[in-house]
Structures are given as C-alpha cells and as structure tokens.
Design a protein around this ligand. Sequence first.
Ligand SMILES: Cc1cc2nc3c(=O)[nH]c(=O)nc-3n(C[C@H](O)[C@H](O)[C@H](O)COP(=O)(O)OP(=O)(O)OC[C@H]3O[C@@H](n4cnc5c(N)ncnc54)[C@H](O)[C@@H]3O)c2cc1C
Length: 343
Amino acid sequence: MLVPVELGGDGATVSDAVDVCYMLGMACGSSAMIFAMHQIQVVILLRHAMNSAWHQQLLRRLCDEQLLFASSTTENQMGGAVRSSACAVEREGSRMSLVKNATVMSYGAEADGVLVTARRAPDAQPSDQVLVALMKGDYELEKIKEWDTMGMRGTCSTGFTLRGCADAGQVLPESYERIHPQSMVPIAHLTWSGVWCGIAAGAVAHARRFVRKGAAQANGGQAAPGASHLTRAVMSLRALRGTIAAAVASYEKAALNSDRLEAIDFQAGMNLLKVNSSEQAIETVLSALQACGLSGYRNDGEFSVARNLRDVLSSSIMINNERILASTASSLLLFEVPALVRD
Ligand SMILES: Cc1cc2nc3c(=O)[nH]c(=O)nc-3n(C[C@H](O)[C@H](O)[C@H](O)COP(=O)(O)OP(=O)(O)OC[C@H]3O[C@@H](n4cnc5c(N)ncnc54)[C@H](O)[C@@H]3O)c2cc1C
C-alpha cells in the first residue's frame, strides 16, 4: 500500500499504514505485526534503493505479485544489537554470498524475500553494515530454533541458519548507517506502536462490552462492576493514541529531510515512542483485564483478554526497552526541558 501508484502500489502514507496496523492489531496481534514488518521493508526499499534499477523492479514485482518481505537483523547472541553484525557479505566477481545465524526471523519460511543486515565485507567492523535484498530462490533456510512463545505465536519467528547467494547488485546502494536512523527506527517504532495500541484497543473493546453487560444486569443506581478499571483502560488508550498520532505527524513533517530524521532529538523521540507505547499498551491491557475480572483471565469466553495480554507483553522485549533507555540516556542530557507545552 505504501508503494507509489506509478510503480503499481496504492500510494498510501505512513499514517495510513499505522492505522491499518492498529485495525489489524484489534483483531490479531500477529497478523498486525507481520503487516508492520513488511511495511518497514517497503519503506526502506522506497527511501534507500530507488536509484537502483534492480530494486525499483523489485518494488514493481512486489505489487504485481503481492510479495511478502521478512526482516533479518537479529543474530547469534547479539539479540537486539541491530547496529552490529557478525555475518558478512563476501563478493566474488558480480556475485555475493552470506551466511547468517538468524536466530529470530518472523514468517521466515513463508516470506517471498528478506532484507538481511550484514557487514559490508569480511574485514569490515561490526557496525559497517549493508542491507541485502534476497529473494526466496537466493537463499536456503535451515531451522535452528522453534518459536514456542507465550504470545505473538502467529508471527512464526523461527530461528534459521540463512545461506544466501545472489547478484552483488542486490545489496542496497545506501549504507545501513543511513537506513537505520532514517527508516528502520522511525517506521518500526511507529508501526509497532500502531500494532500494540491495536492489541490494547481490542482488550478495551472486550472490557467495554463486559462492563455494559454488567450495568444492564445490575439493579438501578449501582455502579457497574469493573467500571473504574474500564475508565482507566480508556484513559490510557486515549493517551497512547495521542502519543502515536503526534509521533506520526512529527515523522511526516521530517520525512523529506534526511538531516532532520537523523537529528539526535528526532531519534530520541522515536526511540522513546517505542518504550512509551509498549509500557502504555501493557498498562491498558492490564486495566482491561481488571475490568473483566475472571472472565478476562479465562482463556475461553467472549471477554477473554488472555491473548491480548500474552501478545502485548512481547512489546517491551522486542528490542528490549532497557537497551533503548540505556542508549538514549546520554543524548537526552543535551536537551533543556522544553519551555512550552507544544515545543
Ligand atoms: C514477536 C517478535 C518478532 C520478532 N521478529 C523478528 C524478525 O522478524 N527479525 C529479526 O531479526 N528479529 C526479530 N525479533 C527479535 C527482536 O528484533 C530482538 O532482536 C529481540 O527481541 C532481542 O531479544 P533478546 O532479549 O534476546 O536480546 P537483547 O535485546 O539483547 O536483550 C537481552 C537482555 O539484555 C538486557 N539488555 C540488553 N541491552 C541492555 C542495556 N543496554 N542495558 C540494560 N539491559 C540491557 C535486556 O534487558 C534483556 O534482559 C522479533 C522479536 C519478537 C518479540
């Protein structure tokens, strides 16, 4: 939906994509997260590979054939250290190859292609990274880890050894050092926030129906059971939606200005959005659970929020909040406390 009409897409905006993440998240967190992860890859191709004929053709194919793209950043024991790779691109003539210990790769077995982070060359530093677009025929996957998790089970984020071999032109022309701050961080954090907010909204919808049913059954004048918890859930959902809407607006204002996207305060804002959204989405679902009581705690029944809770708990560990807070701390010291509310 984000690909321009001239290349066969719908020409939608990032805020449209975030809305779809939210809508899908209300029904199914995993479906929403798969949609979100694909959109991140699309924005990266659009922003950082449009001057490459191969990647432009790929975007046309993506629309014509409705291809689905996965992402492989996580590797070995490095966990969420996205700006560091062990895997390296090896070039031989016009060809390249790589082997990656991709310990978490959502819908890796189902995707039609994957964008993989790797070091530029075997002698490059861990942070000297490129992104490679590999199509299904370009790689083999050997399963190394199952995805038997508490939630987000439908993302099928299995671990694989990924062995790829492709044309050297499939390496994106821009370095990952630029792609990460300009696209990966903002689009991931905006779309993921949309997903988690949607999961929270789904739980609030259950709580609302539960409390309405309770109110209808209660004797006149009595407060419906769980009503105050529902109020709390609605309050935190409203705050979360406001936070995300403001962040989307700030991205769209900055989108055409690479320097602005890479500015320290913009990056800090996008990183803190991720931490804030995940904490607030969890808090919202917990309030919805309290509102529904045992009916919410049950795995069965129309008021169960068990899956919402299990899914939303992935938010704080998907690039761990502690990691983000630690890396953002020093940059925040550079800024004075704003003088105005709307600063
Ligand atoms: C639903 C889901 C889908 C995913 N899909 C994909 C995918 O498609 N592709 C992909 O590549 N990856 C994917 N991931 C993985 C994700 O991107 C991260 O790599 C992963 O969540 C990191 O998890 P970790 O806990 O192993 O690692 P880490 O982030 O390294 O955290 C490990 C531990 O170290 C602590 N820690 C780390 N750094 C610090 C610090 N600076 N200060 C204090 N404590 C710190 C954390 O608190 C945590 O306890 C997915 C994850 C989830 C949950």
